[in-house]
Design a protein around this ligand. Sequence first.
Ligand code: ADP
Ligand code: MG
Length: 615
Amino acid sequence: MDTKIHILPEELCNKIAAGEVVERPSSVVKELLENSLDAGATDILIELEAGGKRLIKLTDNGCGMNRQDAFLSFERHATSKIRSDSDLFALTTLGFRGEALASIASVSRVQLNTCDNDDGLGQQIYAEGGKIKNTAEAGLPRGTMIEVRNLFFNMPARKKFLRREQTELGHAADVVTKQALANPAVSFRLKHNDRMMLELRREKGLQERVAALLGRSLLQDLLSVDLQGDDDLCLTGLISQPQLTRSAASHIYTFINGRYIRDRVVQHAVMDGYRHLLMKGRYPVVVIFLKIDPAQVDVNVHPTKHEVRFREQALVHDFIAHGLQQTLRPAQWIEKGEEDSDVGKVNVTSAQAFSTDTGHRPLAAVREAPVEYSLPEESKQQEASHGLPIDQYEIAACNDSLPAEIKLQDSQYVLPGSEQRGFFSGLQLLGQYHQSYILCQDSADLILIDQHAAHERVGFEKLRHAYAAGTIPSQTLLFPEVLELDFNSATALGENQDELASLGFDIEPFGGKSFALKAIPQLLGNKDAVKLVVDVALELERIGRAGQLRESIDEILILMACHSVIRANQSLAPVEIKALFQELDQIDFKANCPHGRPILQRMTLSEIERLFRRH
Ligand code: ADP
Ligand code: MG
């Protein structure tokens, strides 16, 4: 009888399996690196051509394979690493599925040279699309060399999904970075089109490796973690102090039993460890290694082994979160954060100060008022460095003499300069709430303005205009600052010099992954410039991968605006508010604000009366 169902040929099975394991050149690099590390290699050379699309070549000094093993290694479900299902929960190796080489071979042309002895008796195997075409014996050093050419040569549909060379190289460098962090004692070299891109010698420990990979200057802001928990749990690594942050989570590296994992539970635990310490949208730099009884974790939930399942999810989460909290505890602001976490607590300091009836005290009181709300040290510094430039705002920041044009009227300041006011300038200022919101009255309505959002919007408009008009004016730094970046950010900066120049930065390569920052956009206070450039580099990298720098320029301008302006939690003098309002009046609010955050909320009198049941 005819059947509708048939068993697929082996070759097709391998191609299907390859679909899961091999997405792009970096996935091949990952699998080959895992094999070399499992083979005990201490020296690994990775050579790529055309971002790995043309060639991926790995040479290691690991244990190598004998003739039979070399043949078997191309078979699907062929592995030396496990024998029975119980081994799945006692894994000590990175690989175990026995399908990587078979999958890779099925979608490329592979040359394997391997030797498991010091007598030079080596094996060579050449395969195309998974079929062995050629074998030979040859004199070889101990270790293994694998060349993977023309990835997806027999899967044109897949090949179309590959991105440009630099993007693929970036992904591959990411993979190398992760393995290099996990294995400081192994030397890694990455070559691209014959150029040495990364050269990492064997190191004694994680610190040196982090310095070589992410920049030595980072070390001073990293704390080391070394915690032993119950149940065989152990956490080690380096984490950033709250003042060192990134605009993306891409510098959070988490490893479980030596394996890089991007796990939701672990990520959440890390951010939980930093609760109250970071501003929204900021992420720490974290390289942590969790050791856990292999029986407590299932790594066989995803073909690329990037995700795991914990038996005791909550236990692991809390161990990591508390571990980080404990390590960060000496940072004095953490206690404040806990005290002040009551939601809805009203800080009336500023509003009260405004309503005092002497001319001089109130402003001084506002300025000296303790920071009521806990903020990471970083943002406090930012505030300090981003106060409004005095020259820009008349007498803005001087608090010892209250400007004469500000008149006290029924506990309210009335803004001066009534001639042809715009909407904002026409508002009646009531005060400042929680050092973050400006309270105003518009006829009978109460208006709340988010001061940070408002400043950001003003800064963004200025930058957008300047950018559209040609270039953003820049200011030369008296002392150029040297930045050390990781591989991908450095590549992104290197590739986007022109774009950065039109954004007002002058950045010159300074050897390796370092750059000299010589000029920055005028709008910025220079204190924060290095941090901004690192953020811009991250953003460029993200956007660059998507290949849409031009369209995404707004994102970068927002980032810059965000760095250039006043934060929340800063008391503002009435003149400063007035100046802000004048600038807001210049903005065409019909234009789309890419941030999408409102800067103003209105409450009508009847809404307020309803709150008090007056109706
Ligand atoms: P897995 O790593 O899951 O076992 P692979 O398909 O990646 O499966 O590799 C199959 C086998 O080939 C491995 O189990 C290992 O014995 C051998 N092998 C692969 N690469 C190397 C290498 N670089 N050095 C020594 N042995 C290797
Ligand atoms: Mg493997």
